[in-house]
Design a protein around this ligand. Sequence first.
Ligand SMILES: [Zn+2]
Length: 75
Amino acid sequence: MWKLILLALIIWLGFYIFRRNISDSKAPKTDENISLNDDVEDMVQCATCAVHLPRSEAFLVGGIFYCSELHIKRT
Ligand SMILES: [Zn+2]
């Protein structure tokens, strides 16, 4: 009888550690996703060639985004 209880305890402990490892490995992943989302910049489209580029790299002229100075002059 004691062997059965000991066996059940070992199985329960195994599951407990297994579940803790899963939640531990999941936690950093969600943190990574949050930091990744923070790094993602707004994408804007060039009015001349329709290419998508990050807002910080785009040229904003009169409320219109351009990918390069050349494309500002073309319009
Ligand atoms: Zn362009």
